[in-house]
Design a binder for this molecule. Structure first.
Ligand SMILES: Cc1ncc(COP(=O)(O)O)c(C=O)c1O
Length: 366
């Protein structure tokens, strides 16, 4: 048996000017997603021929980035998103960080970037969350959102894999996911834009996928919808995913249907966790191509009773309406249905330590 590779140490430089406790509490009161950064960050640099070095946890600061840095021009960038959850006993836990590490390695390979070793990915998370633990909120449903990223930082306008890559890890206090009692979201199904193509970068978590989707989200807003749903690029017919969440539907018989991982959608960790929990409770789960015309017909007849979006940031968002140029349908009652609400409870109970963790998904940090 070979031992797991050990992590590189991340020496800590504490901020000389951390946000004072009263100001921190004020910022954490009602945080806008992704705006309330903690005091510190993780950092490392990879250089061709040298590998990874300069590992550190340091005060959050602007980076010394040359305007010719590769990522600014050619989008050589990948990232991850996961959360640290405060438990009732005051401890703090991460949820499946090993899955994020593995996905970032796959994304990096697709974008011709060097992998950041899993042991270091986890060590940096442990160190940053322990140091910035006061930024982990305790109000129900809140958390510390963690954002590892890799980007080509070499000053070079050559269109080649970069010879220097920077790793950063930032953390943001985030508010509660939407309460399940709220009205379901209105979704615009775009026929004008596609997120990904076969052989493209759809299953990598890379910035360009999101940049390319922004116009579609604007279009959704113009139609009075909060989010966009993308269809496949080849046929313009099969449901892929939302702008930053995976798609799931519930049939009248309680079974679950979700798009298969075709290579053009992001393999969500929330998606995988929910499918596992649904199977645990004996539900039939089908991963398949879902044609939008059949889906709309099934929503109209009541064969599909619930639809929801799932992902780390918002966990689960119930879908109330699906709209496009040629349809406008209400899903079920338009409010979050029982399977959606129960799934949110089941998953968050594990994440917040209120229920047993049957699959070993929890990593205690503090
Ligand atoms: C495009 C896209 N799909 C799906 C997801 C859901 O993935 P996860 O559950 O791992 O957060 C995300 C969020 O990270 C995403 O950006």
């Amino acid at each position: 048996m070979t031992a797991a590779p050990s992590a590189t140490a991340f020496p800590i430089t504490r901020s000389a000017t951390p946000v004072p406790a009263a100001e921190r509490a004020a910022r954490m009161e009602n945080p806008i997603f992704g705006k309330v950064f903690s005091d510190h960050m993780g950092y490392a640099v990879w250089r061709e021929g040298e590998g990874w070095g300069e590992h550190q946890i340091a005060p959050v600061a602007n980076l010394p980035l040359h305007p010719g840095a590769a990522a600014l021009h050619y989008g050589q960038q990948v990232f991850e998103g996961l959360k640290a959850y405060r438990w009732a006993d005051g401890s703090v836990a991460l949820f499946r960080p090993d899955a994020n590490a593995a996905r970032m390695a796959r994304s990096a390979e697709r974008m011709a970037l060097p992998a950041f070793p899993e042991a270091d990915f986890l060590a940096a998370l442990d160190a940053l969350v322990a140091l910035d633990e006061p930024w982990v909120p305790s109000a129900p449903g809140t958390s510390l959102y963690l954002r590892p990223a890799l980007f080509g930082s070499e000053p070079s306008l050559l269109v080649v894999p970069p010879l220097e890559v920077t790793y950063t890890l930032t953390a943001c206090t985030v508010g509660a996911y939407l309460a399940p009692s709220k009205q379901g979201a209105s979704i615009w199904v775009t026929r004008d834009y596609h997120r990904a193509t076969e052989g493209g970068t759809g299953e990598a978590k890379t910035g360009g996928n999101y940049a390319g989707g922004m116009r579609a989200t604007q279009q959704a807003h113009e139609h009075g919808c909060s989010q966009v749903l993308f269809l496949d690029a080849k046929h313009g017919r099969f449901v892929e995913e939302f702008g930053a969440m995976n798609f799931m539907a519930v049939r009248r018989d309680g079974s679950i249907v979700t798009p298969r991982l075709s290579g053009t959608i992001l393999p969500g960790i929330t998606r995988d966790s929910l499918l596992t929990l649904f199977r645990d409770e004996g539900r039939e789960v089908e991963e398949k191509d879902i044609a939008i015309d059949e889906l709309i017909a099934d929503v109209r007849t009541g064969e599909i009773t619930e639809i929801f979006a799932c992902g780390t940031a918002a966990i689960i968002t119930a879908v109330g309406q699906l709209k496009s140029d040629d349809f406008d349908v209400t899903v079920g009652t338009g409010e979050p249905g029982p399977v959606t609400v129960a799934a949110l409870t089941r998953l968050t109970d594990i994440q917040y330590g209120r229920a047993e963790d049957p699959h070993g998904w929890i990593r205690k940090v503090v």
